[in-house]
Every structure is written in C-alpha cells, then in structure tokens.
Design a protein around this ligand. Structure first.
Ligand code: SAH
Length: 233
C-alpha cells in the first residue's frame, strides 16, 4: 500500500485489536472480530486513503500536523489507523453515541496517543457551531450515510481549501451522481473518485476526495434530520 509503519505503530494496532474485541463483548462496536478480518476490513481499509491524500496535498507520508476530523467514527475508523500511521495529525473523533466515545477515551489512553480530541455529538448540529464549522483541514467518514446526506454532514466542517474524504463501496459511482448537486451547493468540488485496492479484500472500494472551494451557505447543515430525510437534490 506504499505506507510505512513504525514498530510502535504496529504494536499499537495489535493492542487496538485486543481492546476492540474485549470491549465488543460489553458494547456493540463492530460485527467484525476475526483477527484477519479486522486487519483488512478495518485497519487496511482505513489506511487506503493515505497515498491519495498525500498526493492531493502535495505532501509526503507520514502526513504533517494537519487537523483531521473523523465524523461518525464508531470504534475509531478511519481516524485512529490514520493517526497511528501519521502520528503528527491533530485528530478529532466525533460520534453521536456516548458509548463509542467511552471506548475511544479508553483506547486513546492505553495507546498513549496525544493530539486526539473526542467529541460527542451529531455532525449536523456541531457543523453550526463556531468551534467546529470550517475548522478542519481534512474531514473523513466511512459507513455513516449515503453520499448526498454525508456531504451535508462533512462539508460545513471543512475549512476553505481543505478536503472531505468519503470512504465508499461499490455503489460509489451511483451515489456520486446523486450527490453532485449537494456537493456543489455546499461549497465543494469533486477532485477525484478513485477506485482503490485493499490488500486481501475482494470488494470494490472507492475514495472520493472533495475540495472545499467556497464557504458553505449558512442554511447548511439543516437540522431536524433534514439532511437524512430530504437530501439536497
Ligand atoms: N466509521 C465507523 C463506524 C460506522 S457506523 C466505521 O467505518 O466502522 C456509523 C457511526 O456513525 C455510528 O457510530 C453512529 O453513532 C455514527 N453517526 C451516525 N450519524 C451520525 C451523525 N449525524 N453525527 C455523528 N455521528 C453519527
């Protein structure tokens, strides 16, 4: 994958696996617990965007100290693997479920990570607060919502000139067609819809990179579940 991991990072991934499986017995974090499957479907899949990001930012790996937000991070994907592979990142993990945040608090402590902030809340609400709106260089999400809805969650949080990173499966081209207008309205411009290969994984995966070229109109993100119920069309 063209990604070098230090021995410290590899050790951290091992510990991450153990903590994920242990906590998963008490709170529902993931349906994937098999060792090899966690390596591929969670760890490698989370890392797959790194070479593309580096290329787009004109940076080399590991990435420099950029502010990266992971929306709907769940058990920490893709944010935590990205941080382990690029430790200088200033990572914010956001999730609407307090139990996930409790796990991540524990994880950050046992892995001894610094430069990680945990935020409990919904993206469409936090995207209207000055602490979070247009504050991040990179905003990423995996497995959170269809692209037209997800664009309204992510783009308000990206600073002008920054990037939104959407992790998507085989439906990506179709979802992209249905989200074109939403992306534009929200101040984004798609720069790349890249098919990516995750080692040992047969499913087709895509990374969509969207650049924030204009401020998001103050109307967005809309509340009351509108981003989900009535996506911008
Ligand atoms: N990104 C992780 C988890 C996906 S499950 C992964 O790829 O494994 C979806 C997660 O998104 C859940 O933890 C849920 O609580 C969170 N979520 C869904 N909608 C959200 C929203 N609008 N704001 C914040 N978190 C949200």
């Amino acid at each position: 994958m063209q990604i070098a991991l230090t021995p410290t990072a590899i050790e951290a991934f091992e510990r991450y696996y153990q903590e994920l499986v242990a906590w998963n017995e008490r709170i529902n974090l993931t349906s994937i617990v098999d060792y090899e499957e966690v390596q591929t479907k969670h760890f490698l899949d989370s890392l797959v965007s790194l070479p593309l990001l580096a290329e787009e930012l004109g940076a080399s790996l590991p990435l420099p100290s950029l502010r990266l937000l992971d929306v709907g991070t769940g058990a920490g994907f893709p944010g935590v693997p990205l941080k382990l592979a690029s430790p200088a990142l200033q990572l914010t993990l956001m999730d609407g479920t307090q139990k996930k945040i409790a796990f991540l608090e524990h994880l950050v402590k046992v892995l001894g990570l610094d430069g990680v902030t945990l935020v409990h809340g919904r993206a469409e609400e936090l995207g209207r607060t000055p602490q979070h709106r247009e504050q991040y260089d990179i905003v990423a999400a995996r497995a959170v919502a269809p692209l037209n809805t997800l664009a309204e969650y992510l783009l308000p949080l990206v600073r002008k000139g920054g990037l939104a990173v959407f992790y998507k499966g085989p439906s990506a081209p179709q979802e992209f067609m249905e989200a074109r207008r939403a992306i534009k309205v929200l101040g984004g411009e798609a720069v790349r819809l890249a098919p990516v290969e995750v080692p040992f994984l047969s499913e087709r995966r895509f990374i969509l990179l969207v650049k924030k070229i204009a401020a998001t109109p103050s109307l967005y993100p809309r509340g009351q579940g509108l981003a989900r119920k009535r996506p911008i069309a």
